[in-house]
Design a protein around this ligand. Structure first.
Ligand code: HEM
Length: 122
């Protein structure tokens, strides 16, 4: 029996891209973190592509992630715990909006939470 990848269970590139597009829009509308994203060097389109590739490459999709490592991308930002929670809140809200299944939501949240020490207080 072949195990179905998380990427396949999420439905592939199109739904993943739609969810990531909404996550970035939610970040711009979230007062806890919007200043970070409003002042980012990367455009929204660049960030969306990088995050889609990061998710794809980490969940069994064909994408190759060519961006910075999580510590490199967030170093010197001194991201705090409240900002980390705000980002995870937006990830969950976008997944709920797109009807992502319970198991897939839990898997993605676990992956995101597992990155915390590579992102917070660097
Ligand atoms: C699990 C959580 C997170 C993931 C998966 C993630 C992922 C990423 C990725 C892939 C990039 C692009 C890297 C590159 O440019 O090569 C990025 C950039 C960025 N991240 Fe995160 N991030 C997370 C949490 C956070 C948090 C908590 C903040 C704080 C509000 C944050 C703020 C930013 C900003 C502002 C940029 C753009 C930097 C710039 O271009 O100027 N991220 N993130």
């Amino acid at each position: 029996m072949t195990e179905t990848s998380l990427y396949q269970r999420l439905g592939g590139e199109e739904p993943v891209r739609a969810i990531v597009t909404d996550i970035v829009a939610l970040h711009h509308a979230n007062p806890v973190i919007s200043p970070r994203y409003d002042n980012a060097k990367k455009s929204d389109a660049e960030l969306i592509k990088l995050v889609v590739d990061l998710i794809g490459s980490g969940t069994g999709g064909p994408q190759e992630y060519t961006g910075m490592s999580m510590p490199e991308a967030h170093k010197a930002m001194n991201v705090n715990e409240a900002e980390f929670v705000a980002v995870v809140d937006d990830i969950l809200e976008a997944m709920v909006k797109h009807g992502v299944g319970e198991r897939e939501k839990a898997d993605i949240l676990a992956i995101a939470y597992g990155m915390k020490n590579d992102i917070v207080h660097l």
